[in-house]
Design a protein around this ligand. Structure first.
Ligand code: G
Ligand code: G
Ligand code: G
Ligand code: MN
Ligand code: NA
Length: 249
C-alpha cells in the first residue's frame, strides 16, 4: 500500500502534528480544555486533515503507532498548560486491539508529568460494537486510573443508549450533526432530551459543532456544561491554543 508507506514515513520524518480545539465551560465562559486532533503537514500537499488518512492508518494498523505518538505529543504539550485545563485525546477502536494500550497511555502520562485526572479519552460507540472483553477491560483499567472516558459523536450510531449501559462513561459529546442538520426547534428537542439523559445517568454533557451565538445560547439553556465549535475556535496549532488559555487555572 503506497499510502501506508507514505504515512509511515510521515511519522518517522516528524510530519505529523497535533492541533488543538478548545472547549469552553458554559458556566464560567472560559476555556477549560482542548481536544487534540491530528494533522499531516505534507511537504508538497500542505496540511492534510485526518479524514484523509486515519481510515488508512486504521486499515493497516499503523494507527497504533500513530496514536501512541499522538498521546505522547499531546500529553507533553498539555503538561505546560495551566493546571485547570484538560486534554482530550481520541482513541480509535483499532488502538484497543493492541495489548499495550493501557501501558502506552500510562507512559505518555508518566513521561510528560501530566496528572491523570487532566486526561480525557474520547471513544465512539463503535469501540463497544463487538462486545470485546479485552476492550472493555482496557476501558475499565483506564477509568480506574482516574482518566475521564467520553463517548464521542453521541447519537450517530446504531444504538447509543445501549452502549451507555455497557460502560460507565464520564461524559457524552453530542454529535455536531444535531446542531447543524436540524431546525432550531428540532435541535432544541434533541439537545434537551440528551441533557435529560445525561442528568439522569450523572454524565456530563457537552456540545460539539457550536458555530453561532444562537446555538451557544441553546446548548447553554438546555444544560450542556461545555461546548466546542467554530464559534469559539477551529482546531489550531499548539502555539495558537496556548494564547487562548487563561494565565492560570
Ligand atoms: O480534526 P478533524 O475534525 O478533521 O478530525 C476528524 C476525525 O479524525 C475526528 O473526529 C477523530 O475521530 C479523528 N482523529 C483526529 N485526530 C485523531 C487522533 O489523534 N487519533 C485518532 N484515533 N483519531 C483522530
Ligand atoms: O473527534 P471528532 O470527530 O468529534 O472531531 C471533531 C471534528 O469536528 C474536527 O475534525 C473538527 O475540525 C470538526 N469541528 C469542530 N468544530 C466544528 C464546527 O463548529 N463545525 C464543524 N462543521 N466542524 C467542526
Ligand atoms: O471574539 P473574540 O475576538 O474575543 O475571540 C477571539 C478568539 O478567542 C475566538 O476566536 C476564540 O477562539 C477564542 N476564545 C478563547 N476563549 C474563549 C471563550 O471563552 N469564549 C469565546 N467566545 N472565545 C474564546
Ligand atoms: Mn472527538
Ligand atoms: Na465528535
Amino acid at each position: 500500500h503506497e499510502m501506508e508507506r507514505d504515512l509511515r514515513q510521515a511519522l518517522q520524518r516528524g510530519e505529523l502534528e497535533m492541533f488543538y480545539q478548545p472547549f469552553v465551560d458554559l458556566e464560567r465562559m472560559e476555556v477549560c480544555g482542548a481536544e487534540a486532533l491530528m494533522r499531516w503537514r505534507h511537504p508538497e500537499r500542505g496540511l492534510i486533515t485526518p479524514d484523509r488518512f486515519i481510515p488508512i492508518a486504521e486499515e493497516t494498523g499503523l494507527i497504533i503507532e500513530m496514536g501512541a505518538w499522538a498521546l505522547r505529543e499531546a500529553c507533553a504539550e498539555a503538561a505546560s498548560w495551566p493546571s485547570g485545563i484538560k486534554l482530550a485525546v481520541n482513541l480509535s477502536p483499532v488502538q484497543f486491539t493492541s495489548p499495550r494500550l493501557v501501558e502506552t497511555v500510562c507512559e505518555a502520562l508518566g513521561d510528560s508529568g501530566l496528572a491523570v485526572d487532566r486526561l480525557e479519552l474520547e471513544v465512539t460507540e463503535s469501540v463497544l460494537l463487538q462486545d470485546s472483553q479485552p476492550t472493555l477491560a482496557a476501558l475499565c483499567r483506564l477509568h480506574h486510573l482516574g482518566i475521564g472516558i467520553s463517548m464521542d459523536d453521541f447519537g450517530t450510531g446504531y444504538s447509543s443508549l445501549s452502549y451507555l449501559q455497557k460502560f460507565a462513561f464520564d461524559k457524552i459529546k453530542i454529535d455536531r450533526c444535531f446542531l447543524s442538520n436540524a431546525q432550531p426547534k428540532e435541535a432544541q428537542a434533541v439537545i434537551r432530551a440528551i441533557c435529560g439523559l445525561g442528568h439522569a445517568l450523572q454524565l456530563a454533557v457537552t456540545a460539539e459543532g457550536v458555530e453561532t451565538a444562537e446555538q451557544l445560547e441553546l446548548v447553554r439553556a438546555e444544560g450542556c456544561i461545555a461546548a466546542q465549535g467554530y464559534y469559539f475556535s477551529p482546531p489550531v496549532t499548539a502555539e495558537a491554543l496556548r494564547a487562548m488559555l487563561p494565565a492560570s487555572g
